[in-house]
Design a binder for this molecule. Sequence first.
Ligand code: LLP
Length: 486
Amino acid sequence: MTSVARPAGPPPDDAFRAGQRPDDAIASGQRPDDAFRAGDHPPAPPSDLNALDQPIWPRTARRRDGVLTIGGIDVRDLAGEFGTPLFACDEADFRGRCRDFRNAFGDDDMVCYAAKAFCCREVLRWAAQEGLGVDVCTDGELETALSAGLPAQIITLHGNNKTVGELARALDAGVRHIVLDSFEEIARLAYLAERGGARPKVLVRVTTGVDAGAHEYIATAHDDQKFGFSLASGAAAEAVRRVLGSPDLELAGLHSHIGSQITDAARFESAARRMVGLAAAIRDEHGVQIAELDLGGGFGIAYTPQDHPVEPAAMARILTETVDAGCRAAGLRRPRLTVEPGRAIAGPGTVTLYEVGTIKDVPFDGGLRTYVSVDGGMSDNIRTALYDARYTCVLASRESAAQPALSRVVGMHCESGDIVVRHAYLPADLAPGDLLAVAATGAYCRSAASNYNHVPRPAVAAVRDGAARVLVRRETIEDLLRLDAG
Ligand code: LLP
């Protein structure tokens, strides 16, 4: 390899940042170093280590004789029957959150569960039984939904790089909407539709430029990223022109998704306002009224006591009022609203149960931190390593009156970034063999799990009214070896 002399001056990344004020950096989703460090200070220990802070834990979580129970089942029994790590999913919680969203929005509006948060046949059935549609973003999710018996008419297909095969399958199945994400895709779908004879209903995905205030990797509406058509550049208006110009596509509406784990309703409000503005511009240019406005998902949940999410009813009121007012002012017919919550449905009702292994006290900054190793880690929860996510955990298999010890829950993988809970206060008498429960792991943990270090992925069990059953069975090493063609 030839080495190239570095140009004088700052590297491009720094040059880019040099022109930014700190608030610009925050607006663009970057974390200035100081803000990052401030957030890294351990919070104060909770007053009661055994308490279950209700917004963070599944709705049926209780302590019975000191032991955590979910859905009426003792976690020691769950660990005994299904092994650890285990995702224990409270069915009543999942269904209850579907109902909360369903009741929050009007009968004509639509709530779709975003399957990427957690996808298996049974939870997709729960969502459908509770009156929700389902969003999928790959053929794997689409086939799961179809094989669960969901009608194609409640399924929406997303994705920034759908294959021809995926588009053809969605057309063939007759899904409700296909969300268009690029000019190539408009042409590709029109071509497939013309050959197949179906006229798919499509939404145009718009990047509104609204800052989601979330981690850079889960913000999706700023211009410098891969999703959708930019509103500011005119690409969104051009996409609408091309769809309306195609006899093979039916423009069903517009779509916006600004990001994920958003706890500030004002961000959704801004996006809704900009989308109504686009709808008015479309009416002015084409004389066409937009029938459906899909405002995406991204509704945040409580992972720690510091998180204060907006309840579905409040979110629905804000979105509805914003759209109603915008439409009135512009003289537009009020479109049907759709929202696509994933995390806010699947996240809070599931906990991960781990068995405690090695425990080490390690000096840091003049203090001691207890490193508690568990039998899983970044292969079943990549969120801490990837987004610096924060979690809450408790000793689950018993209660303890011991002093709080500042702890870090780490996995069993060969990486020092293999952290599950960055800051935890756990009882000082924690011992190998104890069970830990990490709260709010129902979204983007099992669904983003990997086989790193050749670790089989954990099972997911549903608990309800004192009974437990497998939703997804635990992988085995034989499963992994079966793929190994050597
Ligand atoms: N609709 C669209 C078009 C989406 O892209 C997403 C999420 C959702 C709905 C659902 O968003 P939710 O309500 O679950 O926030 N792995 C990341 C989150 C990635 C979200 C991707 N898109 C995490 O663990 O935080």
